[in-house]
Write a protein that binds this ligand. Structure first.
Ligand code: AHR
Length: 768
C-alpha cells in the first residue's frame, strides 16, 4: 500500500473561506411548482396555456366529476386581469363538479392537516353548498368539508384532515342539483410546510436542502432568468422580479422556458424568506436587458427601467420601511432587512451587448449601494477565446465577482483540479455559479470532491461555488444530473449531494495550508481517437457537397432534412481520418455536428455553431455522459452560405477548420490521478477540518500531522463516503446505496495514521 504524509500548517490562517459553498435553485425539472413549493394543486388558477407547453390548456390537470357536468373557461369577470381565466362548473342534475389530480397525484399523510382555499361564487341561486373532498383513485373519501358559496367572488378556507396515507389522491369540488359555480385560485397546502410558513415549502425537500447548510443560495434561475422576450408584459418575458411579489392571484402566471407554467407562488419574497430560514445569503440573478439565446438586447436608451429594477430589488431586500420598496417588504410581514449583499446581473451572458450593458448596471448599483457585490458573467463555457474576452471585460468593468458555468466529464474535473491555481489574486473573484460532472454515479461525486478541494486551496480567488441543478422531479426531467431527486412523497439524495453536504457542513472559516509528501501520480491510458463518424443537424435542411474521406469522395449534393438521425455512417481507417466537406444550411438557425471516433465506449462531437449557434466546440460522450472538451472560436452559421470544413484526426489530436481557419487544434490529455486531493480549514473556535479524496482504486496509508496548532486535539471524527463501485448511484429503489459513515477515534500529539479506502472522500473533524 502506498504511504503518504499530509502536513497541515495550523499556525497561519491563510485566508477566509467566507461564503464559499452554497446552492443554486432554479425552477427547472419542476423544482418549484410540483416540487419545493408545497402547493399540491396543479394549474390552480386555470392559467395553463399552450405557450407554456404545447400540450397545456386551461383545464390541464382537471377533470369533470359526474356525467351531467359541463366545465367551461371564462374570463369576463376575473378575480384579477393578470390571471383572467376561471372555471365555470355547470351541474345539470345529481352530484357533479370538478376535480384536480395535482402533480401526478396529491400525496396525503394520515392524521395531517391540509389547508384548502378557493375563490368561488355561484350563479342561478343566491347561495350554494359546495363540498370539498379528498379521495383516493377508487373514490374512497379521505377528507371533506363544506363551503357556503354566494354570488360574489369570495375566498373560502377549510382545514382538511386526511384519514389515511395516499400517494395519489385527488381534490374534488362538488355540488348537487341544477346549479352553476365558478372557481379560481384553488389551493391545497400541507399545514406542515417548512417552518410552518403559509404559502410555504415542502418539508422533506426543504429539510434536505437545509441539511446541506449552504452559505448562500443563488436564485431564481439560470436560463429561466434571461431566456424570454424583453417586454415585461409578455407571457414568455424574461424573469422580472416585481411580477413575483404581492397577492398570489395578482402574480401573472409565466411561461417557464423549461417547458411548463410557473405560478410564481414561489416569488422573490418567498425566496428571501427561504434563504433566511435555511441560513443562506440570498444571491438573486437579474436579467441584463439582453437575451443571449435570441440575441436580442433592450436599446441603451431603455436601460434605466432595467437598472431601476435592480436598485428597487436592493431596496426591497434591505431598505427600511421609510423607503418605498422597503415598506412593501415590511407590509408583507418582514420589517427586518434581508441583508442582501450579492447581486448577479445576467446568467450566462456572452458577447458585446452584455459587455456594453453590464457597466451601466454595475456603476448605478455601486453608486447607490457601494457594499453590494455585483456579479458579472462569462457565458456557458469553461474556456475559449470568448471566455477570456468576457473575463477581461468583467475586469475592466470592475465586477466584484465573475460567474463561471460549466458541466464537464468527471475526467475533466480530475484533469483540471488545479484550474484556479493559475488565476490572479487581484481583480474580480470567481463565482462558480453552476457546475457538475455529468452524472449521479459515485464516480461523478468522487471527481467533484477532488475538484472542490481546488476551490478551497484557491479560496482567495474562488469566493463562491454551487452545484447545479439542485432539484428534479422524477416525472419532469429537463436536465440531468441533479443534486436531489424527488417524487410526490420521496426524496433521493445523490452521492453528489453527500459530497456537497460534507464540504458545506465542514467548510470552516479560514483556509489552512496542507502539503502532501510522497505518493505516486497515476496516468490513465487514453486510446487514440478511432471509430465511425456521421453528421447530425438541428436544422430543417442542410446540403452536403464533396464529402471526402481520406482523399476519396464518398458523396455529394446529399440533402439532410431535420431530425437527429445520422446522415452518413462511414468506417474510416483506424487511427487516422481526414474528413473534408462543404455544406450549405438551406433552412434553419442552428448548429451542425460531426460525430466521430464513435465506438462502444462513446464518441466525440464537433459542434459547429454550438449553444445558440454561437460557438465551435468539441465534446465527448464517455460511458453515457456528454461534456465539452474544448471551446474554440465563435462561429454563427448563416443560411444559404456555402462553408468548407475539414476535420483531421491523428492519434489524440484533433484539427478542425472552417473555410481554412483553424477552430480547434487540440490534443486530448491523459487523466493523471494525484496521490491524494486535499485541503484543510479552521473554524473561528480553532476546530480543524481536513478533507482528503482518494480517487485511486487502492488504499493510501496517510500520516496526518497538524503542526503549529494552539490547541491539542484528542479526538477525530472521520466522515467517510466511499464505494467500491464507481457506477453505483442512489435511486428511488435504493436511496441509501451511498451514504456517509462516521467513526470517532482518539489521537495524541496532533498526528495519526489512517488508511484511506480506495475511491473515497474523507473529512476529518479535529476536536479538542
Ligand atoms: O442548470 C441548468 C442550466 O444550465 C441553467 O439554466 C443555465 O444557466 C445553464 O445553461
Amino acid at each position: 500500500m502506498e504511504k503518504v504524509t499530509l502536513r497541515i500548517d495550523a499556525s497561519k490562517r491563510s485566508y477566509p473561506l467566507g461564503d464559499l459553498y452554497g446552492i443554486f435553485f432554479e425552477d427547472i425539472n419542476h423544482a418549484a411548482d410540483g416540487g419545493l413549493y408545497a402547493e399540491l394543486v396543479q394549474n390552480r388558477a386555470f392559467e395553463f396555456l399552450p405557450v407554456d407547453n404545447r400540450e397545456y390548456h386551461a383545464l390541464t390537470a382537471y377533470y369533470a366529476v359526474g356525467k351531467n357536468t359541463r366545465i367551461t373557461i371564462e374570463e369576463s369577470e376575473p378575480l384579477s386581469q393578470k390571471n383572467p381565466h376561471y372555471a365555470v362548473v355547470e351541474v345539470e342534475e345529481g352530484i357533479g363538479g370538478i376535480g384536480n389530480e395535482g402533480f401526478h397525484g396529491i400525496p396525503l399523510k394520515a392524521g395531517e392537516d391540509y389547508t384548502f382555499s378557493v375563490y368561488a361564487k355561484c350563479r342561478k341561486q343566491p347561495k350554494l353548498t359546495v363540498t370539498v373532498r379528498l379521495a383516493d383513485k377508487d373514490g374512497n373519501l379521505l377528507a371533506q368539508g363544506r363551503l357556503s358559496v354566494g354570488t360574489a367572488w369570495h375566498q373560502h378556507r377549510l382545514m382538511l384532515h386526511s384519514a389515511k396515507d395516499c400517494v395519489d389522491a385527488v381534490l374534488e369540488l362538488v355540488a348537487e342539483g341544477n346549479c352553476t359555480f365558478c372557481i379560481d385560485m384553488l389551493s391545497l397546502f400541507p399545514s406542515a410546510t417548512y417552518k410552518h410558513r403559509m404559502n410555504g415549502m415542502r418539508n422533506d425537500i426543504a429539510e434536505a436542502i437545509a441539511e446541506l447548510k449552504p452559505k448562500f443560495m443563488r436564485f431564481p434561475g439560470g436560463c429561466l432568468v434571461h431566456d424570454g422576450s424583453l417586454n415585461r408584459g409578455d407571457r414568455d418575458a424574461l424573469y422580472f422580479w416585481k411580477n413575483t411579489v404581492g397577492p398570489l392571484w395578482e402574480r401573472a402566471a409565466r411561461r417557464n422556458n423549461w417547458g411548463y407554467n410557473q405560478t410564481l407562488g414561489l416569488g422573490y419574497y418567498e425566496y428571501f424568506l427561504f434563504c433566511e430560514d435555511i441560513g443562506a445569503e440570498p444571491l438573486p440573478v437579474l436579467p441584463a436587458a439582453y437575451n443571449p439565446h435570441r440575441h436580442e438586447a433592450a436599446p441603451l436608451e431603455e436601460l434605466d427601467a432595467w437598472i431601476q429594477d435592480a436598485l428597487d430589488l436592493i431596496e426591497f431586500a434591505n431598505g427600511n420601511d421609510m423607503t418605498g420598496w422597503g415598506r412593501v417588504r415590511a407590509e408583507l410581514g418582514h420589517p427586518k432587512s434581508f441583508r442582501l449583499k450579492y447581486l448577479a446581473i445576467g446568467n450566462e451572458e456572452l458577447f458585446a451587448p452584455f459587455i456594453e450593458r453590464f457597466p451601466y448596471f454595475r456603476n448605478a448599483i455601486k453608486e447607490k449601494y457601494p457594499d453590494i457585490q455585483v456579479i458579472s458573467s462569462v457565458g456557458p463555457f469553461a474556456d475559449g477565446e470568448d471566455f477570456d474576452w468576457m473575463w477581461e471585460e468583467a475586469e475592466k468593468a470592475q465586477a466584484d465577482l465573475v460567474d463561471e458555468h460549466y458541466y464537464m466529464a468527471p475526467e475533466w474535473m480530475l484533469k483540471h483540479s488545479h484550474r484556479y491555481d493559475a488565476y490572479k489574486r487581484s481583480g474580480p473573484k470567481v463565482f462558480l455559479g453552476e457546475y457538475a460532472s455529468l452524472g449521479n454515479r459515485f464516480k461523478n461525486a468522487l471527481a467533484e470532491a477532488a475538484y472542490m478541494t481546488g476551490f478551497e486551496q484557491n479560496a482567495d480567488k474562488v469566493s463562491l461555488a454551487c452545484y447545479a441543478p439542485l432539484l428534479c422531479h422524477k416525472d419532469y426531467v429537463n436536465w440531468r444530473p441533479d443534486l436531489i431527486w424527488f417524487d410526490q412523497t420521496r426524496v433521493v439524495k445523490t452521492a453528489n449531494y453527500y459530497v456537497q453536504k460534507l464540504f458545506m457542513n465542514y467548510q470552516g472559516a479560514y483556509h489552512l495550508s496542507s502539503v502532501l509528501e510522497g505518493g505516486s501520480f497515476e496516468k490513465q491510458p487514453l486510446p487514440d481517437i478511432s471509430g465511425q463518424f456521421h453528421f447530425e443537424s438541428e436544422n430543417e435542411e442542410v446540403i452536403f457537397h464533396h464529402i471526402c474521406v481520406n482523399g476519396m469522395e464518398v458523396g455529394t449534393d446529399v440533402i439532410f432534412r431535420k431530425g437527429k438521425q445520422p446522415m452518413l455512417f462511414l468506417q474510416p481507417e483506424e487511427g487516422h481520418l481526414t474528413l473534408d466537406f462543404e455544406f450549405t444550411k438551406t433552412a434553419g438557425k442552428r448548429q451542425l455536428m460531426v460525430v466521430f471516433g464513435k465506438n462502444e465506449s462513446g464518441y466525440y462531437k464537433w459542434e459547429i455553431g454550438g449553444w445558440a449557434n454561437d460557438m465551435s466546440c468539441i465534446g465527448k460522450s464517455y460511458e453515457g455522459s456528454y461534456g465539452l472538451l474544448t471551446v474554440g472560436k465563435s462561429i454563427t452559421l448563416e443560411e444559404n452560405r456555402r462553408y468548407h470544413a475539414s476535420l483531421v484526426l491523428d492519434g489524440r489530436t484533433i484539427l478542425a477548420k472552417v473555410d481554412g481557419e483553424i477552430y480547434h487544434s487540440y490534443t486530448e490529455p491523459e487523466t493523471v490521478i494525484e496521490p491524494l486531493y486535499h485541503c484543510a480549514s479552521i473554524e473561528e473556535n480553532g476546530k480543524i477540518y481536513i478533507k482528503a479524496v482518494n480517487v485511486k482504486a487502492e488504499s493510501v496509508s496517510t500520516e496526518f500531522s497538524v503542526e503549529g496548532a494552539k490547541n491539542t486535539f484528542r479526538q477525530v471524527v472521520w466522515h467517510l463516503l466511499a464505494s467500491d463501485d464507481l457506477k453505483a448511484e442512489n435511486t428511488f429503489e435504493e436511496p441509501d446505496r451511498i451514504l456517509p459513515a462516521q467513526k470517532t477515534f482518539c489521537i495524541e500529539g496532533n498526528a495519526w495514521v489512517t488508511e484511506l479506502p480506495p475511491q473515497s472522500v474523507s473529512v476529518f473533524e479535529l476536536i479538542e
